[in-house]
Design a protein around this ligand. Structure first.
Ligand code: IPM
Ligand code: MN
Length: 349
């Protein structure tokens, strides 16, 4: 019996989470997976009402969960950064979810903006470090709001943090057919921080002679992701670059509506979410594509060891996308959020 915390949060979060839970229920009943959900009301609305962001008591309860399923964070009436830092990043940090796992997989029937590329070309996974780098929040400002303002935003890397991330990526590469791992960095400019990444990558790599390794600077990586995405199998990279290249990844795999992710603590509590934001413009309109959130629920099941159940969810997503019934997955597709969820749920086998 699993206990899954559900944090729908802001904007379209509740709508996509409802569809994910619908599909999860269908798959879990077929595969005999027992779970209960505990919903938490956190997000912009609660903040506006009570000034509470993520109460410590909620965090403590989340520590005891088997997994967390999150919708989206961000509210138009709350200044940028408050909810992002106070909910999403705080959870990633406090629960030490040091891996952000982001598959970039073009499913058959989904349109990519890349000419002459198909599902056989776009199938890789980005392993994004999730607790350090520019996200560490180290820095400060001086003479704020004067012409002489100074702003310092430090990137923080620890050998421990880099090593556990790189090792996770090597292990993941081992489970894949191609067994190839590319490190993406900017070691030609970030000669302290990314020199550490390069040395750790080379050292850990010695333990994995079966894995083919490669390296790309982040700017070139963006170019190759568009020009030759088939070159990539597993990518490992720092927090900031992982954030950026996975939005590009989402686009080449068919858009924000399909890109799922997991914030993984292999020894602790992990959290699964679509990589898209709260899309406040579309809130309550029943038009946003819930496929990313549904796929994230599948990742959650696989992570919990319910591999058949997770794969059944992914298979249902694939079947729904291949059916041609979902249009272009955009908000103008004419297919509603709930209809998409119903279709996927009906295709779970
Ligand atoms: C993501 C998001 C977050 C990030 C924001 C909302 C803080 O863009 O999950 O990619 O930058 O990590
Ligand atoms: Mn992002």
């Amino acid at each position: 019996m699993y206990t899954i915390a559900v944090l729908p949060c802001d904007g379209v979060g509740p709508e996509v989470v409802a569809e994910g839970l619908k599909v999860l229920e269908a798959a879990a009943s077929i595969y005999g997976v027992q779970y209960e959900t505990v919903s938490y009301d956190v997000g912009g609305d609660r903040f506006i009402r009570t000034r509470e962001i993520l109460p410590d008591s909620v965090l403590e309860e989340l520590r005891a969960m088997d997994a967390i399923y999150l919708g989206a964070v961000g509210h138009p009436e709350v200044a940028p950064g408050i909810l992002e830092k106070g909910i999403l990043l705080r959870l990633r940090f406090e629960l030490d979810q040091y891996i952000n796992l982001r598959p970039v997989k073009l499913y058959p029937g989904v349109e990519t903006p890349l000419a002459n590329k198909g599902p056989e070309d776009i199938d890789f996974v980005v392993v994004r470090e999730n607790t350090e780098g520019l996200y560490a929040g180290v820095g400060g400002s001086l003479r704020k709001n004067t012409p002489h303002e100074v702003a310092v935003q430090e990137a923080v890397y620890t050998r421990m943090g880099v090593e556990r991330c790189v090792r996770y990526a090597f292990e993941l590469a081992r489970t894949r057919a191609r067994k190839a791992l590319t490190m993406v960095d900017k070691a030609n400019v970030l000669t302290y921080g990314h020199s550490l990444w390069q040395r750790v990558f080379a050292e850990v790599g010695e333990e994995y002679p079966d894995i083919e390794t490669d390296h790309a600077y982040v700017d070139a990586c963006c170019m190759w992701m568009v020009k030759n995405p088939e070159w990539f199998d597993v990518i490992v990279t720092c927090n900031m670059f992982g954030d950026i290249i996975t939005d590009l990844g989402a686009m080449i795999q068919g858009g924000m509506g399909v890109a799922a992710s997991g914030n993984i603590n292999p020894e602790g509590v992990s959290m699964f979410e679509p990589i898209h934001g709260s899309a406040p413009r579309y809130t309550g309109q029943n038009v946003i594509c819930p496929i990313a959130a549904i796929a994230a629920a599948g990742m959650m099941m696989e992570h919990l060891g319910e591999v058949e159940c997770g794969q059944a969810i992914e298979a249902a997503v694939i079947a729904a996308l291949a059916s041609g019934k979902l249009g272009d997955l955009s908000t103008r597709s004419g297919v509603s959020t709930t209809e998409t969820g119903d279709l996927v749920a009906s295709l779970v086998e």
